[in-house]
Ligand binder design. Sequence first.
Ligand SMILES: C[S@@+](CC[C@H](N)C(=O)[O-])C[C@H]1O[C@@H](n2cnc3c(N)ncnc32)[C@H](O)[C@@H]1O
Length: 244
Amino acid sequence: MTPYFADEWVTLYHGDALAVMANLPERSVDTVLTDPPYSSGGRRENSRTVRHSMTRRVADDDWIRGDAMSTQGYVWFNRLAALEYRRLLVPGGHAFSFADWRMAPLLSAAFETADLRIHPTIVWDKTYFGMGAIFRNQHEFIVHGSAGNPRPPQRRDVGNVIACKPIDDDRHPSRKPVGVLDVLITTVASPGGAVLDCMAGSGSTAEAARMSGRTAVLIEADERYCELIARRMSQGVLAMDGAS
Ligand SMILES: C[S@@+](CC[C@H](N)C(=O)[O-])C[C@H]1O[C@@H](n2cnc3c(N)ncnc32)[C@H](O)[C@@H]1O
C-alpha cells in the first residue's frame, strides 16, 4: 500500500477503513482511537430523529461519507471494524470509538462481539449545551474496549468525564478537539507507540499523538480530508485546538 502522506509521525492511507486495515499486520497497533460517522440522523429511517433535529448532516451527500447509514449498516460496518481493531491491537491495547447517545449501545455491542473487553463508557462533556427537546445535548460518548486484559494505564489522574469545548470549523464538520484526544492517548497509549485512527477526518488524532510523542496510522476515505490532513501535519494548517 502506498501512503497518501507520510513523515516521521504519521502514515496516512487514502481508502476505505476496512479494506486498508485488512492489509495491516496483526498486533501492529498500540492503541485505536477513532470516530466513525455517527449515522444517527434519519434520511433512511426518519423515525430515528427527534423532531428531525439531526437531519442536517444526512441531507447533504457531500457532508460526511457514511453519515447516513441505516442502523443495520452502522452495526455491520462497526462490527467488522472492531474485528480488525482486535486483530491489529497488541495484547492489552486499548480501543476508543466516539458515538452519540443513540448509537453508543450498538457500538458497544459491536466491540463486545468482536472479542474486545468492554470498559466503562467515557463521556465527553462539551461544557455547554446545544440542541435538544427536553434536556439539551451537552455530551457525546466514547466506547472503550481492550484486547483482552487491559494494559495498565500510563496515568491515573483521569476520570471518565472529559470536559472540553467543541470545535466549530467548516473545514471538517465533526472535528474533535485535540484536548479530548490528548487525554485518551496519554492515559493508555505507550510512549512511542502507534495510534490507529481509521476514520481520520481532519487528522486530530495524529496531532494529539504527535504532541505526546506517539506516532499515528491514519485512514481516510475522502480525499478532501486526506489533503487537509497532509497540510495540517506538514504546515500546521489547523491550529491546535482545545488542548487542556
Ligand atoms: C466523524 S469524522 C472524523 C472526524 C475526526 N475525528 C476529526 O477530529 O477530524 C468521520 C470521518 O470518517 C470518514 N469515513 C467515513 N467512512 C469511512 C470509511 N469507510 N473508511 C475510511 N474513512 C471513512 C469520513 O470521510 C469522515 O471524515
